[in-house]
Ligand binder design. Structure first.
Ligand SMILES: [Zn+2]
Length: 480
């Protein structure tokens, strides 16, 4: 194990040394559930999936947490527009998100905490910040009150986003209540947002102690405090790896550090920050207003059922710190590459039979591992696999590929398929409805012990490209 990762805080490639190799703690900022996630979001989820798969393949134990934000400005706005309560509305979108994970072949995290399940913990952390004078309460003119983080009270503020001290001093005089804002608007940010009537029944009424006096503050948590609290609750005060899209570096992750380190007194909150570069479309930004905005559903509607796997290949085989440029040509190229790899896989399986692997492929495996250990340099890792497949093909054509060599090559291609989540070799073809009906008829004949009819249907199926074998578990189907 000699993994190196690029830490966004120190901006350097550093050796990966987790606190406990048997339990590497990984936290990813997950979705805000109010709409379809776009393919930029999915590119980040695919990258984190490859990272977790690689950590596990390297022998680490991993505890992977991805939060789900189920209370937030846009959720309140859109649930009201849909005429649904917040919980019903978010449950529906959580379902869509989980379907997306499966569509893109992403393993599920070990935990998917919901923000609304951790409000007590958020209240407790905000109280600690009030007690330590990192937070203060402001009475708004409309009679509500909000609690803000005092940015100037935390000496390390701005280190992740590389803000200058002048930026931060300017921010010390202002406040932002919105969850998302730009560096130019750096300021004290909302930890607890006072309720306004337009938010309807979305509120909590905790009691905070402010300057020694109990105060009920009707409202809801800000976005940033959610992640500090959920990561601490599940993974502890300090975590190994924190993941997120490049857009989350500021203000979200900067604010997470300020909250967590000030509240726990432990530093660093995160040992390694990893950020995925944005996905671009046609060299530019993807935006709804530009008409080049794609969701997972658009991808499948436009490119067919296989497009999700092709998109995954496009993302997983490029380095995560370089921007991906999405195009349909790119998807088509990924489809061709996957077809070649699938074909190579099938040939190797056939050629290998039951042979034990020789050491053929060991050099390619070493190159694959070296590239993955170099900050997930997946393009180099896949180059090693393509090289191996090419060599196996040449040997097969020359008649010099032994079954043992084929088994050796297959072992390495399987490693790559598992780590990048490519699903090579899986038979994606399905029975046609007509073939399925014949299989069902044959099962009925067997259940009725009509052996002659069963044999006749076996021959009919064979003529139509379906081989049936009878096993103790029932009919075993192979598409020819
Ligand atoms: Zn977060």
């Amino acid at each position: 194990m000699s993994l190196k990762v690029h830490d966004s805080l120190t901006r350097r490639l550093v050796p990966f040394e987790p606190a406990d190799p048997n339990r590497v703690t990984v936290y990813a900022c997950g979705p805000t559930v109010y709409n379809h996630a776009h393919i930029g979001n999915w590119s980040a989820n695919i990258t984190w999936d490859v990272l977790v798969r690689w950590l596990r393949a390297s022998g680490y134990g991993v505890h992977y947490v991805m939060n789900i934000t189920d209370v937030e400005d846009k959720i309140i706005r859109d649930s009201q527009a849909a005429g649904e309560d917040r919980a019903t509305f978010t449950q529906r979108w959580i379902g869509v998100f989980f379907e997306g994970l499966d569509t893109f072949g992403c393993l599920h995290a070990d935990d998917f905490p919901l923000a609304t399940q951790h409000v007590d913990g958020m209240v407790a952390m905000i109280q600690v910040l009030l007690d330590k004078r990192h937070a203060y309460l402001v009475d708004d003119e409309d009679g509500s009150a909000s609690i803000y983080y005092r940015v100037a009270s935390f000496e390390h503020y701005g280190e992740l986003a590389n803000l200058s001290q002048a930026d931060i001093r300017a921010g010390g005089s202002g406040r932002v209540k919105a969850d998302e804002y730009e560096k130019e608007n750096v300021g004290d940010f909302a930890l607890w947002k006072g309720w306004v009537p337009s938010e309807g029944d979305v509120f909590w009424e905790p009691t905070f102690t402010v300057d020694g006096t109990p105060r009920v503050v009707k409202g809801r948590p800000g976005w940033h405090i959610e992640c500090s609290v959920m990561s601490t609750a599940i993974l502890g005060d300090q975590i190994d790896i924190h993941l997120g899209g490049e857009d989350l570096r500021f203000p979200h992750h900067e604010n997470e550090i300020a909250q967590s380190e000030a509240a726990t007194g432990k530093r660093p909150f995160v040992r390694y920050w990893m950020h995925r570069q944005h996905l671009r479309v046609g060299g530019g930004k993807m935006a709804k207003s530009l008409g080049n905005f794609h969701t997972a559903e658009d991808l499948v509607a436009h490119g067919g059922a296989s497009a999700a796997r092709e998109f995954r290949y496009l993302v997983a085989s490029a380095h995560y710190r370089k921007p991906i440029d999405f195009s349909w040509d790119g998807v088509a190229a990924a489809a061709r590459t996957l077809r070649n790899l699938d074909d190579a896989w099938r040939r190797l399986v056939k050629h290998a039979g039951d042979a034990s692997p020789s050491d053929f492929g060991q050099d390619a495996e070493a190159a694959f591992r070296r590239a993955m250990d170099n900050d997930l340099e997946t393009s180099g890792a896949m180059a090693a696999i393509h090289g191996l497949v090419g060599e196996a093909n040449r040997r097969a054509e020359a008649g010099t590929l032994t079954p043992e060599d084929a088994a050796g090559a297959l072992r390495v291609v399987r490693l790559a398929s598992d780590v990048l989540g490519l699903g090579l070799g899986a038979d994606r073809r399905q029975l046609t409805p007509e073939q399925q009906a014949l299989v069902d008829q044959r099962q009925a004949a067997r259940d009725a012990q009509e052996w002659a009819e069963s044999d006749r249907l076996r021959d009919v199926l064979l003529e139509r490209g379906v081989q049936v074998k009878d096993t103790k578990d029932g009919q075993e189907i192979t598409l020819l």
